[in-house]
Design a binder for this molecule. Structure first.
Ligand SMILES: [Zn+2]
Length: 129
């Protein structure tokens, strides 16, 4: 199965996906380390008992960032799987070609702009994060 992307395009997009994946994994590791530090700080501060609300807020921000990373990582893995199966670059909803310019900006994109817009309209955004 071939798409509008040539071998060189696919190689470049694969490299971009792999690089982004490595970057997210590094971020996740640093968040995990950060959470361990937060837990440690919590234990220390529980003995003093001050400043608790601020620390909880920090932790929530950390978790929100991790969630986004998990979602993006899943999208990247899906894109890599589609690249391997030869379906990469085709919209997962309408099978239309996703323009190379869009893929260069967002290599993990699984849908064409029209379908992505449609989806975002149907799915209400969860509160401002
Ligand atoms: Zn589409």
């Amino acid at each position: 199965m071939s798409t509008h992307l040539n071998g060189q395009d696919k190689t470049a997009l694969h490299a971009a996906l792999a690089a982004r994946r490595t970057q997210i994994e590094a971020q996740q590791r640093s968040h995990l380390a950060g959470q361990t530090r937060v837990e440690h700080a919590r234990e220390v501060l529980l003995q003093d008992g001050d400043d608790a609300p601020q620390r909880d807020a920090d932790r929530e921000v950390d978790l929100a960032i991790s969630d986004r990373e998990v979602v993006e990582l899943a999208a990247i893995d899906a894109a890599l799987a589609r690249l391997a199966s030869g379906h990469y670059g085709l919209c997962s909803d309408c099978d239309g070609e996703i323009p190379l310019a869009r893929l260069k900006l967002e290599p993990q994109a699984l849908r064409c702009v029209a379908c992505e817009t449609q989806r975002e309209r149907l799915r209400p955004r969860t509160a401002s994060m």
